[in-house]
Design a protein around this ligand. Structure first.
Ligand code: HEM
Length: 170
């Protein structure tokens, strides 16, 4: 039991660090820089896809959620009502929910936009002028959707992580 808790906490906290850290870096730094980088942005997106960022990040996020649920099961004596009635348990639950909603939104809105942008950007170089104009317009709307989606996701993630950080002491 003690060993399982230690392993779960390691997976959970390290996974959470990677997930929230990557999300903050992407939203606050990478996306704004790419938005003003013209054609280079496409190469960067294609490179990130090649290094499988769009698979690694959701996998780590999923492991963080799974380990969090298992930790909650163990520390709440099987999701007991008393756990959720206490301020600490309620804070863990609301924060976990915020992080889970962020995950679903990222998967349904942000990831598809990023993957599609990466493949459109990769075909930009070989396209003729008319096709290039179409691709550029589609890329613009995908980037806007991705930017709005990732802002909502990062707000939820930071709220989730902040709640996790203080839950024990409320
Ligand atoms: C943004 C993603 C998340 C981050 C960064 C994160 C981070 C953390 C951290 C740092 C702790 C240790 C807190 C302490 O010991 O005082 C923790 C504990 C915990 N987390 Fe998360 N977490 C995240 C998502 C979730 C999710 C989705 C759940 C599932 C419902 C969850 C459930 C828990 C539980 C139950 C604990 C307490 C474990 C214990 O007392 O041993 N977390 N989390």
């Amino acid at each position: 039991m003690q060993a399982e808790l230690l392993v779960l906490r390691l997976v959970h906290v390290l996974g959470g660090i990677f997930w929230v850290g990557s999300g903050l870096f992407t939203t606050l730094f990478l996306v704004p820089v790419l938005a003003s980088s013209g054609a280079t942005a496409g190469q960067v997106m294609a490179g990130l896809q090649q290094r499988r960022l769009f698979s690694v990040l959701p996998t780590v996020a999923f492991l963080t959620i799974l380990s969090g649920l298992r930790l909650m099961w163990l520390t709440s004596a099987g999701f007991s009502a008393a756990y959720f009635a206490a301020p600490s348990g309620l804070t863990y639950a609301v924060s976990g929910l915020a992080a889970t909603v962020a995950f679903v939104l990222a998967l349904l809105v942000v990831r598809p936009a990023a993957v599609r942008s990466a493949s459109l950007a990769a075909s930009l170089a070989a396209a003729d002028e008319t096709r290039r104009a179409e691709l550029t317009a589609e890329l613009g709307s995908l980037r806007r959707r991705g930017a709005i989606g990732s802002t909502v996701v990062i707000v939820l993630l930071v709220l989730g992580a902040a709640g996790m950080a203080v839950a024990r002491y409320v």
